[in-house]
Ligand binder design. Structure first.
Ligand code: PGA
Length: 245
């Protein structure tokens, strides 16, 4: 496990972008796990810049972590639209290489199985993760149990409140999402978790406390041999002084 603490999210994202660039350059068929939300935006801007400067992503396959249930891909708040707006329109990844769960599938269970099947065929080389204020990864919310496979998750109040800023009204935040499970995340060769800002400090301190609990899903990352935690000072504020500062 590597913990890197940076002055601010821009510098942290430059570091994350350089790690991701190495995967894109050195793997013949890189498989990237992608995340949505505010955290990866500075990283995605840098990837777009890399592409403008000549880095090709045409050999890359991507898997997004999750998608809301009930939103069409064309809805502004969907993660399909998010990825198009913030990343895909700027890169040359063929559309057939880009995978996001279909939150409008008539049979959601079958959609989860379809996604797991694809993930089994494409082991993720580098999985990007954000972290929820409640410690969720993807939409694997805290609970008594966690799911191994792709599944439909009822979103917690904390998550719906946090994501309300992306919707016109808080009530418009969907109640459910499809998310990949802990298996696919923990099977990834390398995990890159980014967390910025004071709202993430509690979740980061809990995840790195050394105790593993389904009440804080990100704590399960401690069982993975190759996780890089990319933090800004505010998100790292509650970590022991001995870590990284
Ligand atoms: P955020 O969300 O990047 O918008 O803070 C992260 C998450 O909920 O996983």
């Amino acid at each position: 496990m590597h913990i890197r603490i940076f002055e601010n999210r821009e510098v942290a994202s430059a570091y994350a972008a350089a790690l991701l660039e190495q995967t894109v350059i050195h793997q013949p068929h890189p498989v990237l796990g992608l995340a949505t939300g505010e955290t990866p935006l500075p990283l995605y801007r840098r990837l777009a810049e890399f592409h403008r400067q000549g880095l090709s992503f045409s050999h890359v396959t991507t898997f997004n972590l999750d998608e809301y249930v009930g939103l069409p891909a064309t809805a502004r708040e969907s993660y399909h639209a998010f990825m198009e707006q913030h990343l895909f329109q700027f890169l040359d990844i063929p559309s057939s290489h880009r995978h996001i769960p279909n939150g409008l599938a008539a049979d959601l269970l079958a959609e989860c199985r379809r996604y797991d099947h694809l993930l089994q065929e494409h082991r993720i080389d580098l999985q990007l993760l954000g972290i929820g204020r409640n410690g969720h990864i993807g939409f694997n919310e805290p609970g008594e149990t966690l799911s191994a496979n792709t599944h439909v998750m009822s979103l917690s109040k904390s998550t719906r409140d946090a994501n309300a800023r992306f919707f016109e009204t808080p009530d418009a935040v969907p109640q459910k999402a499809i998310t990949i499970g802990l298996n696919a995340i923990l099977e990834s060769r390398h995990i890159l978790l980014m967390a910025f800002g004071p709202d993430k400090a509690d979740a980061i301190a809990g995840a790195l406390s050394g105790e593993i609990s389904t009440a804080l899903p990100a704590s399960l990352l401690e069982t993975h041999p190759n996780v890089t935690w990319v933090l800004d000072r505010e998100a790292a504020r509650l970590l022991p002084e001995s870590i990284g500062r």
